[in-house]
Design a protein around this ligand. Structure first.
Ligand code: PPE
Length: 307
């Protein structure tokens, strides 16, 4: 998806012009893929732009860095402030936010410990990640022939840059085969997640989502969905799911910051339920969109206002 250029990007404590936000070709992370990042969204609310669950995203950024032994040279508070400043200075009401922690120029070789650690925060307007139609009609999914990585090969709990080779392989395979998005299975064969989203199924009014142990990222949207669903009175369980559970589910949907909440229309050409977004999926989607815009009182704490 093409990036829409804005004014400024935050790099290591200063706001630089968009066109000057550059790195050297010998930047360590570019070679070995060791870096961590976040995907966050700010939404327009009646009180101006608000970043959705910013503190939780920054906390996950620090946890990802901890898992990969990267020492971020800023405090979480400093990066929270920097994120708000970057949204504000670009005058955006709603945008996607991409904090990136990478190992910079100056060292080569596989020992990352001596490397300089750099941090950037970029923001840009980003629309419907899986297409506008996805929200209302649902998307067609394919189980990937690529497995999510084993936790003792590359820990999926860390949102590390290099791990996304796995997601890119699965995404390309699905797109080339005519599907919208891929679902990855864990090395043990359980449903893990999608290339950049968590997955949920609904069966007899109960909701299920795979655990972190199946190789899924601990999604912040997933956690919001869990709270919303339970507050609506649904039973929700984090448990292992088989691919056949997907085929026979009454409803299925995916969740992610970029993708937001998108119903699943089919998996491996098996139409889910009636083929129309189900009642539970639609209800959760509706509440999620009202929540991020600051229209739901009980979830106001999830909004972190920019000004
Ligand atoms: N699983 C993966 C692998 C993943 O990358 C994401 C976020 C999620 C689950 C959902 O997590 P959360 O955003 O906290 O609900 N994917 C980010 C990157 C997408 C991209 O194209 O880049 C995102 O949604 O921002």
């Amino acid at each position: 998806m093409p990036i829409t250029k804005v004014e400024k990007i935050w790099m290591d404590g200063t706001l630089v012009d968009w066109d000057d936000a550059k790195v050297h070709v010998l930047t360590h992370s570019l070679h070995y893929g060791l870096g961590v990042f976040e995907g966050i969204r700010a939404y327009s609310t009646s009180r101006g732009p608000a970043v959705f669950r910013l503190t939780d995203h920054i906390r996950r950024l620090f946890n990802s860095a901890k898992i990969l032994m990267i020492d971020i040279p800023f405090s979480p508070e400093a990066l929270i402030e920097a994120t708000k400043e970057t949204v504000a200075v670009n005058g955006l009401d709603a945008c996607y936010i991409r904090p990136l922690v990478y190992l910079g120029y100056g060292e080569m070789g596989l020992n990352p410990l001596p490397c300089e650690v750099n941090v950037s925060i970029a923001v840009w307007p980003w629309g419907a990640y899986l297409g506008e139609d996805g929200f209302t009609k649902g998307v067609n999914m394919k189980i990937s022939s690529w497995r999510r990585h084993d936790p003792n090969t590359i820990p999926p709990a860390a949102k590390g840059t290099g791990m996304y080779i796995n997601s890119c392989l699965a995404k390309v395979e699905a797109l080339k085969a005519g599907y919208d998005e891929a679902i990855l299975l864990s090395p043990q064969g359980y449903v893990s997640e999608c290339t950049g989203e968590n997955i949920f199924i609904v069966r007899d009014g109960r909701i299920f989502t795979p655990p972190v142990a199946a190789g899924a990222l601990e999604g912040i949207t997933q956690s919001s969905v869990m709270t919303i669903a339970r507050d609506l009175g649904y039973e929700l369980e984090t448990t292992n799911i088989l691919r056949s559970d997907l085929y026979t589910a009454d409803e299925a949907f995916l969740s992610g910051t970029a993708a937001e909440i998108v119903p699943i229309r089919s998996v491996d050409d098996r139409v889910i339920g009636t083929g129309e977004p189900g009642t539970v999926s639609k209800k959760i989607q509706e509440i999620y969109f009202s929540t991020v815009k600051g229209e739901v009182d009980r979830y106001q704490d999830w909004l972190e206002h920019v000004r």
